[in-house]
Ligand binder design. Structure first.
Ligand SMILES: CC(C)(COP(=O)(O)OP(=O)(O)OC[C@H]1O[C@@H](n2cnc3c(N)ncnc32)[C@H](O)[C@@H]1OP(=O)(O)O)[C@@H](O)C(=O)NCCC(=O)NCCS
Length: 173
């Protein structure tokens, strides 16, 4: 897993357009990179297969999008990407990560629940769909209750530090 670069955007967009009914645009991903949101990708055998964008705030972060190429779904890539996002939130000492998800997306809702997210609200008619609109479920994961504190460098070699790959910590981007 690594940070997304501008050179990845075409490959990310190809997945996004294949798996999302209302995909982000090329400009949306470029804007996320320009805004220094945490944009990550993962590869399998050199092929870009998954991505996610996390928008960090002062105390919270919002997961803006996550996607896995159709041919690679249900192999744990979504779980690994989400876990990496939560680890970064933990390392940045954010208290909560939240997200919005279409109520018609049971696969994503199941992924989020398994990662420790719970429903905290509903936004009525939030998304466009073929019938006009649909609701968004708002979900949140409390980082402090979900993940153990991360030790400083040299203090240990727990799951978080071992899995945190090269994703940036506070102030690194
Ligand atoms: C949602 C998505 C990111 C999940 O990624 P994934 O790599 O397929 O998910 P994983 O293999 O890591 O699954 C982890 C767990 O999530 C749940 N899950 C994932 N997809 C599921 C599905 N289609 N149906 C039911 N449960 C699902 C399961 O509990 C699964 O564990 P299991 O395989 O041991 O049963 C992927 O399906 C995707 O890209 N969908 C299209 C884009 C999208 O909807 N993004 C989210 C909204 S922005």
């Amino acid at each position: 897993m690594r940070l997304m670069t501008i050179a990845d955007v075409d490959a990310v967009l190809a997945i996004e357009q294949a798996v999302q009914a209302y995909p982000w645009t090329h400009g949306n991903f470029c804007a996320a990179l320009d805004s220094a949101y945490l944009c990550c990708v993962d590869e399998v055998a050199g092929e870009l297969c998954s991505y996610a964008v996390l928008m960090p705030g002062v105390d919270e972060a919002e997961l803006l999008t996550i996607g896995v190429a159709a041919a690679h779904q249900r192999k744990g890539l979504g779980r690994a990407m989400l876990s990496a996002m939560l680890e970064v939130a933990c390392a940045r000492q954010l208290s909560r990560v939240f997200l919005e998800v279409r109520v018609s997306n049971p696969g994503a809702i199941a992924l989020y629940r398994r990662a420790g997210f719970t429903e905290v609200g509903m936004r009525r008619a939030y998304y466009r769909n073929e019938k006009g609109s649909e609701d968004a479920m708002v979900m949140a994961c409390n980082i402090s209750s979900h993940l153990a504190p991360q030790p400083r460098a040299g203090e240990g070699n727990n799951k978080l530090s071992a899995n945190s790959t090269s994703l940036p910590l506070a102030g690194e981007r």
